[in-house]
Ligand binder design. Structure first.
Ligand SMILES: Cc1ncc(COP(=O)(O)O)c(C=O)c1O
Length: 399
């Protein structure tokens, strides 16, 4: 048996919802898309939601409606999925990569401040693993430098910042509902805002700049008639994807509780394990998207192989973006992110993961480090083996 890193949970309700869409014979943007937008508005407590086909499309639209010019710069953390930076490029501007905080892996706002130039127009904080960025600091910086704030909340559906839902804090927030996100639509995303003008522009961009989409003009006297008012893409969310999302939103509380419980269990299991450093996640406010540890002393790949042999899949989130060849022109040194890029390992975390599977992962991590501890104990008389092994024994006893 193999334990995957991430896996969506889908039940018969999602299947029945998709069957209802099939029966309606209206597969594209339609009633289910509108209903999903309504549910998201209610859940998040925001005024406008524009549902789109992916988180990448959401970011692209959010940036595109700012009408950026080729010389304009957008600050992005380098430790993110490449969609964040590629969206900036797709919107015709230049990503400027920033370092991250070694405790949370979120944007280092001081580093971002040092990279501001007269060309900087926007900043994209990414809530890594669902843990909110320091949004007070981001907004202070944005106010000083007159930057638009677009939150990349792909990981953070259902997280809060000082009790406020992610999605309610900035000019624009972008969510992803891809297969492994906190809720999934199969594929999907959303642009969220309280600004009417930005919402209208986003809605127009998602359907090729067409003034009224096919669904809203279905009962008009001349449903074939429309105008094209501006540029746009074909990025709308389909009824099929929205139907899945509508069922997933109902499950959200259960998803969040289970994800938090697994993350909490890992935190307990790994606290004090020599060779591992844990990320600060602020679980009371976070719906954890994944569980990432730092593996010290250059042993990340060894641990990854050890876990693979035990049937446990792991991941690396992420290779710092500024190291990818496509961004060679933006090459810079971002010391913390580069170090993290060598150390980080994502362990399995998904709703259906059983307690036994969580224990299997913890035990396999243990075995790796207890073997290492024994070797260190043999070669080092300075360090009593009993002290080094203590936390390991404590965890095995608790199983
Ligand atoms: C931080 C981040 N931003 C954006 C995206 C893009 O979302 P999507 O896969 O829905 O296009 C992802 C997806 O994994 C992501 O992790």
């Amino acid at each position: 048996m193999t334990i995957p890193v991430q896996r969506p949970f889908l039940g018969p309700e999602e299947l029945q919802a998709v069957e209802r869409v099939f029966a309606s014979r209206w597969l594209g943007l339609g009633a289910f898309t509108e209903a999903f937008e309504h549910e998201l508005r209610t859940f998040l407590g925001v005024q406008h939601v524009v549902a789109v086909g992916s988180g990448t499309a959401a970011l692209h639209i959010a940036l595109d409606i700012l009408d950026l010019k080729p010389e304009d710069e957008v600050l992005v953390p380098t430790l993110t999925f490449v969609a964040t930076a590629q969206a900036v490029v797709m919107a015709g501007a230049t990503p400027v990569f920033c370092d991250v905080d070694a405790r949370t892996f979120n944007l280092d706002v001081h580093d971002a401040a040092s990279r501001i130039t007269p060309r900087t127009k926007a900043i994209i904080p990414v809530h890594y693993g669902g843990t909110a960025c320091d949004m007070d600091a981001v907004h202070r910086l944005a106010a000083q430098a007159r930057l638009k704030v677009i939150e990349d909340a792909a990981h953070a559906f259902g997280s809060t910042y000082h009790g406020q839902k992610i999605g309610t804090l900035s000019d624009l927030t972008c969510f992803s509902f891809d297969p492994v996100k906190n809720i999934t639509c199969g594929e999907g995303g959303a642009v969220v805002t309280n600004d009417r003008d930005l919402a209208d522009r986003a809605a127009s961009r998602r359907v090729l700049g067409i003034t009224r989409d096919t669904w809203s003009r279905r009962e008009a006297a001349h449903p074939w008639s429309y105008d094209v008012a501006g540029p746009g893409f074909r990025y709308h969310m389909s009824n099929i994807n929205a139907a899945i999302g509508l069922e997933q939103i109902k499950r959200f509380e259960a998803f969040r509780e289970r994800r938090r419980a697994i993350a909490r269990r890992y935190d307990e299991a790994f606290a004090g394990v020599p060779g591992l450093l844990l990320r600060e996640q602020h679980l009371a406010e976070t719906c954890p998207f994944f569980y990432v540890v730092r593996v010290m002393d250059g042993r990340r790949d060894d641990l990854m192989n050890h876990l693979k042999e035990a049937g446990i899949m792991t991941g690396v989130h992420y290779i710092p973006n500024h190291l990818h060849q496509v961004f060679a022109q933006q090459r810079t040194t971002l010391a913390t992110a580069e170090r993290l890029g060598e150390e980080i390992l994502t362990l399995p975390l998904f709703y259906e993961m059983t307690d036994e599977e969580v224990e299997m992962v913890s035990a396999a991590v243990y075995r790796f480090f207890s073997a290492a501890t024994r070797v260190v104990a043999l070669v080092s008389r300075e360090r009593p083996a009993a002290t080094a092994r203590q936390p390991l024994r404590a965890i095995s006893e608790s199983r």
